[in-house]
Design a protein around this ligand. Structure first.
Ligand SMILES: NC(=O)c1ccc[n+]([C@@H]2O[C@H](COP(=O)([O-])OP(=O)(O)OC[C@H]3O[C@@H](n4cnc5c(N)ncnc54)[C@H](O)[C@@H]3O)[C@@H](O)[C@H]2O)c1
Length: 383
């Protein structure tokens, strides 16, 4: 059986996670690492039995000819790096979100198509054990017919949280309900409606965002609805990160770490209780080892997709659709109008809105989330 040669471009937190998963998988081999920081190459290279390290992407591609390159870098660098990797003939595993706007997304997918290569977006939760168990529970008819799906983020400032965490939730919601047809959103900052001055460059390279609280309503086929809550909490709280799926006969409650089933359509105190459902690990995965289960499942899905000549479940198209939803939510939050998907106008809606109001483009602020937030609180007069 063919072993796919994998290179990792960016060797900090997410690059290390990707490298561990591809290193553990029996059908993938990490053949090269690339980072601008030599110490990171040495550290990760030592963990992976001395894999070759490069500080220059072009040289790595020329010498190693990987089948697949993982690109776990800051989001603002996804577009140029994905284009370079595609031009050099490798499939791509790019971290989420795919990129920061639809014009970039369209250009990347067009280039992948021209080159006969695929892009997959690292939405590992969509293929992880709890989403696999959720798909199985739905296929077994445990909740009857799907009615509604609701997701909630971790409590980051909403515009940033949407790009960072909302991207995971939305791909899972689409995994449950299919493609989204339209969105409507309410957005607020400091308890008032959004103004063009509230359009900001996000921290962490997440593009242009707006809103301290965003509530999105999603329309799916067959009368299925969705709600996404991206609300800033007093403190970031991973406990808030969840998805609940409502059916005519029961409910499912998803966390990245587990899945619970309610065998009635409505929770009633004193009535039937939520029951945990079993999560099955993939054969070959080593629990307790360095690789994360969902990252391993994502690598496994890439191997199957390449073997079978099909797209990864977390395909570039699926990642672009998530970006369409996110851009649609921003657009609806500032215009108050429903946005049909996919939108014809592919320009970043918040940049457009600000320009139409006669304001100059927002300037990048601080990259660190905590410092950015402190600055934003000062802008909003909170000391
Ligand atoms: N899937 C998840 O669960 C998850 C979790 C956290 C973050 N993320 C995503 O991961 C990405 C950031 O990953 P991170 O936090 O590990 O990034 P990071 O910014 O900490 O590290 C990126 C590394 O890439 C290197 N790099 C950047 N440009 C390069 C170039 N041209 N050539 C070689 N090396 C280059 C940098 O030197 C750095 O070491 C973001 O897109 C973020 O949204 C995903």
């Amino acid at each position: 059986m063919k072993t796919y040669r994998v290179a990792i471009l960016g060797c900090r937190g997410r690059g290390t996670a990707a490298a561990r998963a591809y290193h553990q998988h029996p059908r993938t081999e990490v053949v090269a690492l690339c980072d601008l920081v030599p110490e990171l190459l040495e550290k990760l290279g030592a963990e992976l039995d001395g894999v070759a390290g490069y500080t220059d992407l072009g040289r790595m591609m020329e010498e190693q000819h990987p089948n697949l390159v993982a690109i776990p870098t800051g989001t603002e660098f996804h577009f140029p790096l994905v284009m370079q990797v595609l031009d050099r003939g490798s499939h791509v595993d790019v971290e989420k979100p795919l990129c920061t706007d639809l014009e970039e997304a369209d250009a990347m997918l067009a280039r992948a198509g021209d080159q006969g290569l695929q892009i997959a977006v690292h939405h590992q939760g969509r293929v992880g054990a709890s989403m696999r168990a959720l798909r199985q529970a739905m296929a077994e008819g445990r909740i009857g017919q799907l009615r509604h799906v609701q997701g909630c983020g971790k409590g980051y400032y909403a515009g940033y949280g949407l790009m960072n965490i909302g991207t995971h939730l939305l791909t899972n919601m689409c995994g449950v309900a299919g493609p989204c047809r339209s969105v409507v959103a309410a957005g607020a900052v400091a308890g008032r409606r959004l103004a063009p001055e509230d359009v900001l460059v996000a921290p962490g390279g997440m593009g242009t965002v707006a809103g301290e609280r965003l509530t999105g309503v999603l329309e799916f086929a067959d009368n299925v609805s969705g709600v996404l809550l991206q609300h800033r909490f007093p403190k970031v709280d991973s406990a808030g990160y969840m998805m609940e799926v409502y059916g005519t006969e029961g409910r499912l409650f998803w966390k990245s770490s587990g899945l619970w089933w309610l065998p009635t359509p409505h929770f009633v105190p004193g009535g039937p209780a939520w029951q945990p459902l079993d999560l099955k690990l993939l054969p070959g995965f080593v629990p307790g080892g360095p690789a994360d289960e969902a990252d391993y499942a994502y690598a496994d899905e890439y191997v199957r997709a390449l073997d079978e000549g099909r797209e990864h479940l977390c395909s570039g198209q699926a990642g672009r659709h998530v970006l369409e939803i996110m851009m649609g939510l921003f657009e609806s939050a500032v215009t108050g109008r429903r946005v049909d998907l996919p939108q014809q106008d592919r320009r970043q809606p918040l940049k457009r809105w600000r320009a139409e109001a006669g304001l100059a483009a927002s300037v990048p602020g601080l990259r660190d989330y905590g410092k950015w937030l402190a600055e934003e609180d000062r802008r909003l007069g909170r000391g």
